[in-house]
Design a protein around this ligand. Sequence first.
Ligand SMILES: Cc1cc2nc3c(=O)[nH]c(=O)nc-3n(C[C@H](O)[C@H](O)[C@H](O)COP(=O)(O)OP(=O)(O)OC[C@H]3O[C@@H](n4cnc5c(N)ncnc54)[C@H](O)[C@@H]3O)c2cc1C
Length: 495
Amino acid sequence: MSVQHPAGRGPLAGRPARGPRGSAAEAPDSPAGGGDPVGVRHPRPARTGPRPAATGIAVIGAGAAGLTLVDALTAPGRLPAPPVVLIEATPGPLRPPPRTWCFWQEGAGRYDAAVGAAWQRLRLHDTAGRAVERDIAPLRYKMVRSDDFEALVSRRLAARPGVRRLAADVDAAAGLPGGGAEVRATAADGSPVTVRARWVYDSRPPDPLPAGRTGLLQHFRGWFVRTDRPRFETGTVELMDFRTRRPAHGLSFGYVLPTGPCTALVEYTEFSRRLLDDAAYEEALGHYCREVLRLGGFTVRARETGVIPMTDAPFVRRAGPAVFRIGTAGGATRPSTGYTFATIQRQSLALARAVRAGRSPVPPRPHPARARAMDAVLLRALDSGRIDGPEFFVRLFRRVPPGRLLRFLDGRSTLAEELAIGARVPVLPMLHCAAELPLLPRRTPPGPRIPTRPRHGIPEGPEGPEGSGVPAGPTGPEGPEDCQTPEVPAPQEEL
Ligand SMILES: Cc1cc2nc3c(=O)[nH]c(=O)nc-3n(C[C@H](O)[C@H](O)[C@H](O)COP(=O)(O)OP(=O)(O)OC[C@H]3O[C@@H](n4cnc5c(N)ncnc54)[C@H](O)[C@@H]3O)c2cc1C
């Protein structure tokens, strides 16, 4: 592998490689057996000649997928780790703001040190306010903040000799005639950077999204709230609360991740075709907090906004002979739910194992074909209004054992389990949608666009967001007595 900047410039110019070099456990070695060490080169512009052989791996993007893959590729293990260059966007609009990822998992996981909270009970409320609650043991619903995840993985990578990190905005990644691929990027100072590698894994968000028959968006606004009285049940996540105001198209629900009796991430989410404007999210979330959850006095300590594509579009995993897409860009988002994080973990581990063993470098299919086909039908049914979304989800949750349902959502259910789940859904409208799908045109859905300005996770003042209508209450460490009690600590798991 080679990394090139114009002589003496570039983000790594003159700097030593990160981390100690040459440990036997993680000695750089290419999956293809090449021995070209990871190195930074500053070629003299005038000199031409044979370029170094492309070995090693380049990973574009240091989000969930990029970091997980580099972590898996270079983890100490029996099989040799390839040299890896992780190319992360320069500080600025290409770096996504902090976000909160949730997923379910049985037992301990590789990223438990970054898990901020975990729960064993999930609840749904139907539109009439009836609750359905389930214990998901032995699974746990875990929450990871992206900042904590990045810090954890960065600490690990810093100690691995075969990993280089490079800050540059990637402009293009393409295969080379003789094998391998080249990534062209621009460093923060405007200088061009070229990285050559045997394989390139690209997690840059697709823009535009590929064309699908249904293109819904899961879009949401969350508030990290602190109430002035204990209002949250700390052991239970409100997964889908359909007591929200119903949008004209699609569906909406509230989502509550309680992190203490007085603190929670509360979100208003829609599955629909169009995003709302800022004021509309604030209004809908304010209504949910005040009128549905009846939080009383509270302040908003930070915000989170997100858009996740829910589409049956086929995502290309192989963009060229030596260039592959991973993460959301490679179709890791489950179309019917938007959950992505756990799929990224599974896919990265499987891919890293294959690459280190010298097998196929193509990322494995993130979701089984059967699951994608069922999701395509469900998305069509939701989008066309042939099924009532809230009723559908509550019915599934009420009638299907939680372990089976979550296995299905993970794409790990058996055919028998899927048939059993199929028997719990409104059969006729679903059959209607399945029959019309092949006749529908594929269209490029709107957004989500790459954010141009960070808006998420921005701490708010104690008086609450301006103009949001959120009651300004006495909060924070100076809040009333009963909210001074320490938050219920997140259950710790042994690794
Ligand atoms: C607010 C929010 C909450 C979510 N919550 C959940 C959840 O609870 N559970 C779940 O399973 N999924 C969730 N998702 C969906 C999904 O898990 C996340 O979107 C996840 O971040 C996807 O990982 P990724 O690596 O594919 O993309 P990202 O994490 O977005 O990473 C892409 C990376 O590419 C980099 N990049 C972009 N352009 C360039 C460039 N030109 N050059 C170099 N680098 C570049 C970016 O800086 C970024 O680091 C959520 C999504 C959002 C937006």
